[in-house]
Each structure stands twice: as C-alpha cells, then as structure tokens.
Design a protein around this ligand. Sequence first.
Ligand code: NAD
Length: 343
Amino acid sequence: MFLRNLCRTSVKLNIRNYSQNNLLKTPPKILITGGLGQLGVECARYLRAKYGRENVILSDIIKPSQEIVNDGPYIFVDILDFKGLQKTVVDHRVDWLIHFSALLSAIGEQNVPLAVRVNIEGVHNVIELAKQYNLRIFVPSTIGAFGPDSPRNPTPNITIQRPRTIYGVSKVHAELLGEYYYHKFGLDFRCLRFPGVISSDPPGGGTTDYAIAVFHDVLRKGQYQCYLKPDTRLPMMHVKDALRALSEYLEVPNDNLTRRVYNVTSMSFTPEELADKMATHIPDFKITYRPDSRQDIADSWPQVFDDSEARRDWNWKPEVNLDDLVSLMIKEVKEKIAANGLS
Ligand code: NAD
C-alpha cells in the first residue's frame, strides 16, 4: 500500500515536472480575442507572468490606452473577419486561442442582431479557425446558459438548458458546437461556465454587474441603487479564481478530462448579503433597490452552481471566499479611485 502510494506520488510529481519543464522550453503562443473587456486585460497579465510577455497577444477592435500597449503585444483583431483571423494565427504562430469577444446578457438584449453576429457568427469563425490550424481553443460560457427550466439550486454540469436571452442561447450554441468539433474532428475545445466574475475593472453589461458597481458607487458616493431585488441569489467568483481556473484548466492533459464544458464557481450571495458584508468595512452607506428588466434574467439563472465535476476531474478548488472578495474589492476599487479621481 505504502509502495503503491509512493509510486503514485512520484508519477504525479514527474508528470507535473515534465509539464512545467516542457512549458518552460516551449511556452504556448496565446491569442486573446475581445481582450479589452473586463476579463481580457487581467487575463493577459496573468498569463504573461506564467508564459512570458511576448507569448501572450492581446487583441480587440478597440483603440488601446498607452498602458495596454506598454504592458505587452496588442493587435487589432475583428472576430467577424475570417481572413484576418487566419493571417493573425499564421503571422504570430498562435498555439492557443482564448476567445473572450462577446456581447453580454443585458447588452445583448438591447441589440439582438449584433449579439447574433458577434456571439454566434464569431464563434463559428474561431472554432473553424482552431480546427484549421490545430489550436487549443478556450471559449467561456456562463450561468446564463441555463434558463427557467433548469434546476437552480444546485445547477449540475449536465441538465436542461433552455435559456431565454440571446446571450444564453449563443453560449449553449458555442458549447454544443465546440463539443461537436471535438467529437468529429478531435478539436481541443475547452469551455468553463463562469458565474458572475467580480473585479475592479468596469464590467461589460452583464446581469451580475451590480456586485461590481456597488463597490464603485459606495466608495465614490456613499450610496448605490441596485437593479436586482435584495434576495436575488446568484453564483459569483473573484477574477483571481476565474483566471486561475482558466489557466489550470488549459494545462490539464486531455486524458484527465471527461467533459469539454465544466461548471466552476466560488460562492453564491444576494445583494443584501453582499451589502451586509460591506457594512462591516464601510459603516455608513445607503443601498436602495429598484429592480428592472435584469431581474427577469436573474430569476431564470442558477442560484447555486454545482462544480463537483471540475473538482473531481482536474482538482478545481476556489480560494477567494466572500470575506476575501469584499476586502480585495474595497482595496482595489479605492486604488482605482485614487488613480483616476472620483469621476
Ligand atoms: P466584455 O463585454 O467586458 O468584453 C468583450 C469584448 O469583446 C469587448 O472589449 C469588445 O470590444 C469585444 N468585441 C466585441 N465585438 C468584437 C469583434 N467583432 N471582434 C473582436 N472583439 C469584439 O466581456 P468580459 O466580461 O471581459 O467577458 C469575456 C468573456 O467571458 C465573454 O465571452 C463572456 O461571455 C464570458 N463571461 C464573462 C463573465 C463576467 O462576469 N464578466 C461571466 C461569464 C462568462
């Protein structure tokens, strides 16, 4: 028994050493699309620290700030331009594609035709591109890929998915198309369903954005008007956990994966619970509630996300709990306000 465990441990260590050495010798060349949104800039920083500054190329259709350009390689990539995508992969010898371009849930409802183009046509392009050039491709999905017919507490990895937003429909489409390309062509498609991701960067127009906006408004103005009811429970995760999940998942050997799409989460809370936690750090602030159309979206989404399959297959484990999240956000948002002023 002891010998068997020793052998297992040393095999595990060897695999880890091998993969680390291997990565150090030939780090992957990574392209991030839609990189100037909430997740892309932080993701590029995280992966550059791991694989080297020049090996992670950030791209978007937006003109970058000087700070972005100073951080590392940045190029224009429109995911609706297939030839442009091909040229980028060839010119930069890309190995892994992290596809962040999207219109999020609330914004998507305001412009359905554009959401169809960016979220569906765009995914056709990048998946076909990844197949042609044999890329490992990561496409994030979301709790928004579930709907009112799905079990909400908890929501398992495999269950009914009948979302009622164009964002959710396009994400189910991406999950299924990626899985299809994996089974049909052997494409190394990887997808994590993220809950609301909390960071101090401005959010892109999702239904979980209140959990970011509340920190900015309270620290700037001492008050916040929330567009969800106080008892709306949604799964959430700090960006640190989200990026670590993404990065760890990208390195898992194919043999360990029993799925191409995994739920991941860190915690679930309501606006009221978040405000109570914030009040232990910031004694005097006011929160009011005025639900709008985003309430209907939130009411159809998971309340508690079951990520046991990710925990089982590749040892996923969150590290940032609600206490940590509130402390981190207060610190980071204060730093942003100090750097940019109160506006
Ligand atoms: P975001 O809305 O902040 O950024 C999306 C980016 O896509 C924008 O910078 C935009 O310019 C870019 N884009 C739009 N059209 C494009 C085009 N034609 N070509 C290239 N780029 C284009 O989004 P985010 O919050 O950074 O999310 C990144 C990804 O993670 C998305 O796919 C989103 O669905 C997923 N996700 C995010 C969250 C979250 O809480 N932020 C949660 C779950 C999943």
